[in-house]
Design a protein around this ligand. Structure first.
Ligand SMILES: [Zn+2]
Length: 96
C-alpha cells in the first residue's frame, strides 16, 4: 500500500457499528509517511479500531479478538488517551 492510498482509505472509513464519520486518527509509528501502527477512534460510541501492519482493522464486536485488542492497548498504552485505556469499547484495560 502506498502512503497516498492509505490516506485516502483512512479518510473515508466510518465506524462499522454506527456509521459515524469521520473517525479520529492517532499515529503511533510512521514510516515513509505510511502509518504502520495507529488507531482510529469513534467519538460517538467510544470504540477503537487498531491499525496494525499498515492495515486498519474495522471489525464488528463479535468478530474482534479480545486478547489481540487488549494486547494492542497494552502495547501502545503510552500513546493512547486515558479515555480509550479506561473506557474504550468493546473492551479496555479496566474491563479485564
Ligand atoms: Zn462508533
Amino acid at each position: 500500500m502506498s502512503a497516498s492510498v492509505q490516506r485516502k482509505l483512512l479518510d473515508i472509513l466510518a465506524c462499522p457499528i454506527d456509521k459515524y464519520y469521520p473517525l479520529k486518527l492517532l499515529e503511533f509509528n510512521v514510516k515513509d509517511q505510511l502509518i504502520v501502527d495507529g488507531v482510529l477512534l469513534c467519538e460517538k460510541c467510544g470504540r477503537f479500531y487498531p491499525i496494525m501492519d499498515e492495515i486498519p482493522v474495522m471489525l464488528p464486536d463479535d468478530l474482534r479478538s479480545k486478547k489481540e485488542d487488549l494486547d494492542f492497548l497494552a502495547k501502545w498504552k503510552s500513546k493512547l488517551p486515558n479515555s480509550v485505556l479506561d473506557s474504550g469499547k468493546p473492551w479496555n484495560l479496566k474491563s479485564t
